[in-house]
Design a protein around this ligand. Structure first.
Ligand code: AMP
Ligand code: MG
Length: 327
């Protein structure tokens, strides 16, 4: 019994396959990378359409299984870019219908969170979810993930990518900024730090960092200062949330969790609050189909499936709207 999961919310078209225990047997993907500018929704959808069959073949061959061995098809139903989401949804509906197996719509944010929990084995962690489209602080309370803080404007990863574009770094900017910052001489250039209660705002920081570049500041120092400022903002709200929720585990997930400096800072925060620290493995940090397949398995165990008539994509679907039927 295997569950197949399809990811297509933004830049990545991914297909993962997990077994009945949730172990990843396949994690195939093709990533759309624009030559210039950010992610264009229609171009991302075209990329997904062109690559979906090849990615499916790759996933089946990685897992060494054939389609009739699947017991469910899960797909990212939202949140995400509507044209990109639709490509995954159409493929999932077609597979589920022709194989006569359940279709399971998965919330993409929930998948990042649950897959990280699976790897960390954390029981009741405070979770920091940092990606290209989302920045949230959450814990599972009764049957919902409650959001304690989030971005008021753009997501942390999006901010890094937008700065990367201004600095003529190829998309995605996050990993390139990390590398440049690592080689900086440690000169901190003053940048705006915006924390409002438990929420964060990154657009003022982005504008100021771009201005520094225009004024001729050293790129490595700007990257270093940008990371230090943005990650300190995250660290501040995480520390406060740990202190008030009294959680003893901190877990970081999402594409930005691949950043070593961020993990180092969050580890110190966890230590100060006597909490254990865990991160999603970097290779599973960004968008991928395996996390959708895994979350599909959890939903299937909870006897939740999505009728064809309810399978429209949900571009604005929030994590805290999902009812959680497991611990
Ligand atoms: P996701 O949306 O979860 O696939 O994550 C993609 C985001 O993660 C993009 O904004 C990337 O720039 C960001 N990202 C990936 N690797 C790193 C890294 N090493 N440091 C900072 N950001 C990263
Ligand atoms: Mg994501």
């Amino acid at each position: 019994m295997f569950v197949l999961g399809i990811e297509s919310t933004a830049h990545t078209f991914g297909i993962g396959i997990v077994d009945a225990e949730g172990m990843t047997l396949a994690d195939a993907k093709s990533v759309y990378s624009p030559d210039e500018g950010g992610i264009h929704p229609r171009e991302a959808a075209e990329h997904h359409q062109e690559s979906c069959l090849l990615v499916l073949q790759k996933a089946l061959s990685q897992a060494s299984i054939s389609l009739p061995q699947l017991c469910a098809v899960a797909f990212s139903q939202g949140p995400g870019l509507p044209p990109a989401l639709r490509v995954g949804a159409v493929m999932a509906r077609g597979l589920a219908y022709s194989l006569k197996i359940p279709l399971i719509g998965v919330n993409h944010c929930l998948a990042h969170v649950e897959h990280a929990r699976y790897f960390s084995k954390a029981e009741r962690p405070l979770i920091v979810y940092l990606s290209g489209g989302n920045t949230q602080l959450t814990t599972l309370e009764e049957n919902r993930y409650r959001i304690f803080g989030e971005t008021l404007d753009i997501a942390l990863g999006n901010m890094l990518d937008m700065f990367g574009r201004a600095a003529k770094l190829k998309h995605p900017g996050g990993p390139k900024i990390e590398k440049l910052a690592r080689h900086a001489d440690g000169t901190y250039l003053s940048l705006p730090y915006t924390v409002k209660g438990m929420d964060l705002a990154f657009s003022g920081l982005l504008t100021a960092a771009k201005r520094l570049l225009k004024e001729g500041a050293d790129l490595k120092s700007v990257c270093y200062s940008l990371q230090e400022t943005a990650f300190s903002m995250v660290a501040e709200v995480v520390e406060r949330a740990l202190a008030h929720t009294q959680r003893t585990e901190l877990l970081v997930t999402g594409g930005v969790a691949a950043n070593n400096r961020l993990r180092e800072m969050l580890q110190i925060v966890a230590q100060n609050q006597s909490a254990c620290f865990a991160s999603v493995p970097p290779k599973h940090a960004g968008d991928n189909g395996a996390m959708i397949a895994y979350t599909g398995l959890l939903l299937q165990r909870g006897k939740i499936e999505t009728l064809l008539s309810a399978s429209r994509v949900q571009p604005k679907w929030r994590l805290d709207q999902v009812e959680i039927v497991w611990d």
